[in-house]
Design a protein around this ligand. Structure first.
Ligand code: NAD
Length: 476
């Protein structure tokens, strides 16, 4: 497939292309153009022009374009799901679930683009000369937004950036993950076919490092919206200079199971929350912290459930869990599990690799200070440890560099309220795991998990600038 440069399909300046392959069997799924620095230049020139025209398009007209794109995403949902499953190895049932949310997410963003309200400023509340003046704020699009997205939700994570940015009146240059470019191009086609004007949307497929560095350091860019790993996010902060920046980064999400919890319900939720998309979700359950008195019962309830998760060919509806994104990633997860065992942990089930598939694993007796707890795993394994009291459970949950999501299972409302205050994470779930998201909710991490919030309303706020306007009357 071609690049999208300013709304027009185009070959890469170099003429180079590369194959996109299935992580399950290595078969060729498609091919994409390999963008280079010249294409970055073409896309940013187009975006600079496009941003000027699009911001002058009234919000209700922008909304109509997005609503048409949403309808096309609905119509094409099955094809998008097949593409996600083929290039990401995601089980087809999960891929259909993801694709089915695309149209609604665009509609949510389309609406938020019409809600660019400002504030009226009570200037006379300050001592001074405020009484003869009227002040208010207006919001306007930031201009050119660079969106850089990861592989794990190739539709939703693209749309969480592109749709609010367009709805708010910005031009966007999207750089999707190298492993999952076809989904991004299929979504871009929905916007183009919906009548998005030229200049406003570009999609550059190719190598993250080369394209990413050129995009984030370019002075024509007003805002960078990045979702991906913490190392790449950190590099972006070093190259970006003075630009607006949103970062949705890595995590090692904890779940606390207290003695007064419904143990069975907690086990059922963890058996889901640790293994959706083969654990390749930033809000996946990586760590479970239980009280020692219930650890045995919890594991007895968890392990058989995890053993029932079917793996294999992502195209089959009998497969619940597909592959990791590459065989190398599966090897990395396999090595991490082996290292945890060397650090004293026990594998109760799973952890075996077959190509890019890892069987769902439960690992108990994990040292909370070990890399298996501290570093993001991004794979289908849950690490179980114990904490003797409430305070140490919270300390363990908070005891990593990350702070994206957390869950706590308890029947005590007061304890739940206390946990809300004390857990250092962007999202907290009472009696569920962090692996739950409504697309409209504010979503983003604390600490090393990032900067800023997504969700259409928050993203539109972050993709607009606030200007303050003061009307000066004569003193009277
Ligand atoms: P990644 O960081 O390897 O890649 C993300 C994107 O950055 C890709 O498009 C990649 O090509 C690009 N990139 C690579 N080098 C770059 C550079 N130097 N400059 C700019 N861009 C560059 O991440 P991934 O492996 O695709 O995704 C997995 C990671 O994403 C995990 O760490 C996961 O936690 C994180 N993630 C976070 C959230 C969240 O909401 N916090 C959501 C999903 C995924």
């Amino acid at each position: 497939m071609k690049l999208l440069i300013g709304g027009l399909w185009a070959d890469a300046a170099s003429g180079r292309e590369e194959d996109v392959t299935s992580p399950f069997d290595g078969s060729v799924v498609g091919s994409v153009a390999l963008a280079g620095r010249e294409d970055v230049d073409r896309a940013l020139d187009a975006a600079t022009e496009g941003a000027r025209a699009w911001r002058r398009t009234p919000a209700h007209q922008r909304m109509q374009v997005l609503l048409r794109a949403a309808a096309l995403a609905d119509e094409r949902a099955e094809a998008i799901a097949q593409t996600i499953s083929a290039e990401a190895g995601k089980a087809i049932g999960e891929a259909r679930g993801e694709a089915s949310r695309s149209g609604e997410l665009i509609r949510l963003a389309a609406f938020e683009g019409t809600q660019l309200y400002g504030d009226s400023l009570p200037l006379d509340a300050n001592p001074g000369t405020g009484f003869d003046k009227v002040g208010f704020t207006v919001r306007q699009p930031v201009g050119v937004v660079v969106a850089i997205t990861p592989f794990n939700y190739p539709s939703l994570l693209v749309l969480h950036k592109v749709a609010p940015a367009l709805a708010a009146g910005n031009a966007v240059v999207l750089k999707p993950a190298r492993t999952t470019p076809l989904t991004a191009l299929a979504l871009a086609a929905c916007f183009v076919d919906a009548g998005l004007p030229e200049g406003v949307l570009s999609v550059l497929t190719g190598a993250g490092g080369e394209l990413g560095d050129a995009l984030v350091s370019d002075p024509r860019v007003n805002k960078i919206s990045f979702t991906g790993s913490t190392p790449v996010g950190t590099r972006i902060t070093q190259l970006a200079g003075v630009k607006k920046l949103s970062l949705e980064l890595g995590a090692s999400c904890p779940v606390i199971v207290l003695p007064d919890a419904d143990i069975d319900a907690a086990a059922a939720a963890v058996a889901l929350g640790g293994f959706v998309n083969a654990g390749q979700v930033c809000i996946s359950v990586q760590r479970v912290i239980t009280h020692p008195t219930i650890a045995g019962d919890f594991l007895d309830a968890l392990v058989p459930r995890v053993e029932r998760i079917t793996t294999g060919d992502p195209r089959s509806t009998d497969t619940a869990m597909g592959t990791l994104i590459t065989e190398q990633e599966a090897e990395r997860v396999e090595r991490s599990i082996r290292a945890a065992v060397r650090d004293g942990a026990t594998v109760l089930t799973g952890g075996e690799r077959d190509g890019a598939v890892i069987s769902p694993a439960v690992v108990s007796g994990v040292d909370p200070a070990s890399p298996f707890s501290q570093d993001e795993l991004f794979g289908p394994a849950v690490a179980v440890s114990t904490a003797a009291d409430w305070q140490s459970a919270i300390a363990q949950a908070n005891g990593t560099a990350y702070g994206l999501g957390a869950g706590i299972f308890t029947s005590d409302v007061s304890g739940a309220v206390r946990a809300v205050r004390e857990l250092d994470t962007g999202t907290i779930h009472i009696n569920w795991t962090p692996l739950w998201r409504a697309d409209l909710m504010p979503y983003g991490g604390l600490k090393g998990s990032g900067i800023g919030k997504e969700g259409p309303r928050s993203a539109v706020a972050e993709m607009t600038d606030v200007k303050t306007v003061i009307l000066h009357g004569r003193p009277w």
